[in-house]
Design a protein. Structure first.
Lengths: 258, 258
DNA sequence: TGCAATCTTCACAATCTCTTCACCCTTTTT
DNA sequence: AAAAAGGGTGAAGAGATTGTGAAGATTGCA
């Protein structure tokens, strides 16, 4: 039994190209050229996965994504969003509206197939995905485990393995103080030795990658004598912070270039 | 086995939106549209977590929260309260009636998922909150032991260990005069009543952090020859004080910046 | 093998917290 | 009113905790 995929994409050429490749890869592909038809088809055929272009006539991708999530009949279908360009603002809003993964145009067709399969596997096996493949999103921060990547204020940030695990550990306990011993258990996997030294170094690395001013941490805070605490801004605070973070990023990049 | 969540929310759109996201996140969601049904369902299905809107027909969220806490069948189920607006009065009363966490509308759906998971994780690990992580609240003052933090007139104030313990000690005996020897026993852990000097210094630190005018203490009062006494304003007095405290805070911050 | 990225370790610097002290102010007592 | 006692103030210093930079160890890969 072939897995059913609903492809919602307005550009006819692109639609045929993608659909052809997927069919060749062993999927049953249904096509829709706009949001309205897409939503109707989703209900009708109940696909295993939805491939959704962000730019759509009639109903745009984000809105459609939200609608699909709201409806009980389609809420649990994984959605792979296709965003135009690297305009990362789309990525983020995509995750916030309930997308499960994203791909930026232009993309490699093989990569698409890989991601589709990964998503299907994820949704089949464990409804509550394990931390190793589940995308975790919290407003301005999104963690993409597959790529060890954090999307931080609309920009992807490459993290190392341990940096990723550490940030993941803090994000899961967002707003709570996480003690060094808990971090060691969660990230490094051992109990007894308090090798707080190492944690400190990795916290520093995270800060240099995320904080506008690593010397004065705004997000990854130190609770003296207790541990670390990740404090992400609420939506109201967000507006003020975006320019600050972006500006700092540009500065650090120009510094790196020289 | 999917964790079961009971969502009690009167607005149908909101209910579907939230439920859709949670179901997609791998939870089994049960819905109730008012307090009465919510309570009945809570007993019936024994969910792993309850999502509770504050504004509800028939029985409001706070009352329901208290009822759920009283009944031993539902007492240990973690409750995540959803409050409209950032009105702190709601937060306050939410914690007072036994909610484990709160979220203010409008909230990010992914943030909701993260918090739900965090709460479930917490309730798994530590069945009951101990004295050292229990949130203590009295009107305009909330103590968050986890972060050694006081929420004072809607603003978080970071305290040191001893400052926190001292304030905790005073808050527990709110309105009473606390003798130095009792403070020493409670906060420092020793009996001999020699080190009153140290207490004075820490009281001063608390005052500079909390009092609008530390020279004329309005809340942390000195009872000559007897000890200290924390006097928090009643709800009626509160309205007049809020601007004063905030103004003083701004002044001290601008002074610190220069 | 050599290289590059990552992780760990270490010595030292910066910061935070707590205590102590000398001195001044306020309240109570004489 | 003066003395005495209790309390407030500012600052200095010790000790602990955390941050920093760089060097060494490890890993994976061309």
């Amino acid at each position: 039994m072939k897995p059913g995929i609903l492809l919602i994409e307005d550009d006819a050429d692109m639609r045929d190209l993608v659909a052809g490749h997927l069919e060749h890869g062993g999927f049953a592909v249904h096509r829709a050229e706009d949001g309205i038809k897409g939503q109707a088809l989703a209900m009708q055929i109940n696909p295993d996965l939805i491939l959704l272009d962000l730019m759509l006539p009639k109903v745009d991708g984000l809105t459609l994504c939200q609608r699909l999530r709201r409806d009980e009949r389609t809420a649990s279908i994984p959605i792979l969003m296709i965003t135009a360009l690297g305009g990362t603002k789309d990525k983020v809003s995509g995750f916030n509206s309930g997308a499960d993964d994203y791909l930026t145009k232009p993309f490699d067709l093989e990569e698409l197939v890989v991601r589709v399969k990964a998503l299907l596997r994820r949704s089949e096996h464990s409804p509550l995905a394990s931390k190793h493949n589940e995308i975790l999103n919290y407003g301005c921060l999104t963690l993409v485990p597959e790529r060890f990547e954090a999307i931080w204020f609309d920009q992807p940030v490459r993290l190392t393995h341990l940096e990723f695990e550490l940030l993941h550990c803090l994000l899961q306990r967002h707003g709570q103080t996480v003690s060094p011993s808990l971090i060691l258990k969660e990230v490094w996997g051992y109990e007894p030795d308090d090798d707080i030294e190492t944690i400190r170094v990795h916290v520093r690395h995270l800060r240099t990658k995320l904080e506008p001013d690593p010397r004065k941490p705004r997000f990854i805070k130190t609770i003296y004598g207790a541990g670390y605490c990740l404090e992400l801004p609420s939506d109201e605070q967000l507006a003020d912070l975006i320019p600050m973070v972006q500006e700092a990023r540009e500065r650090s990049e120009s510094a790196k270039a020289s």
